[in-house]
Design a protein around this ligand. Sequence first.
Ligand code: HEC
Length: 172
Amino acid sequence: MRSLIIGKFASTANRIVSPGSAALLRAVVLPAGVCLAMAVTVAVTAARGEAASAPSVLEGAYTEEQALRGQELYYAECLACHGEDMGGLDQAPPLAGPQFSGVWEGESLWALAGRIDTMPPARPGSLSREETVAILAYMLWYNGLPIGEVPLSTEQGVLTGTAFQAPPLPGE
Ligand code: HEC
């Protein structure tokens, strides 16, 4: 799909160059620009289409094993500042509940993983991708999101395609 569009764009560009008239060039460059914008839009839409196969956090996007591993890491690396109940302490904000959802609702798990990877503040980047995703799984569990059958992937594409969502409140 993408190469097809680029091919079409390239043939338009060829036609722009051949007449050699500056006025005509200007007249045609704008639509060509629009065409490129459209190609980009289509490419982005196609990427989102692929991402649709990424799991929804509302339907179980991590396993219990992952969350347990994450809990271990959380206790060792995060609890002192963010609290046993993820309620936050002093300067450290909560990692569960309405305030957290207010920041992260609709944001990708990839963005959230990137934020986790800035932690602990004294050792940014010290967590492996697996460790970051395990902690993320524990945070999803703590936010009341369901456990699933398939482990949360460490792949950027999957994490980018999965948004953080708070579980619906009872009665919603
Ligand atoms: C020494 C205390 C400390 C430790 C340990 C720590 N954090 Fe933090 N964390 C903070 C502070 C302070 C902030 C807010 C300011 C900042 O971003 O540095 C924060 C911010 C965050 C945020 C952003 C929250 C938001 O609302 O956007 C996340 C997510 C987070 N921490 C996760 C973790 C995880 C996961 C760990 C363990 C791997 C961890 N933190 C360890 C102090 C800490």
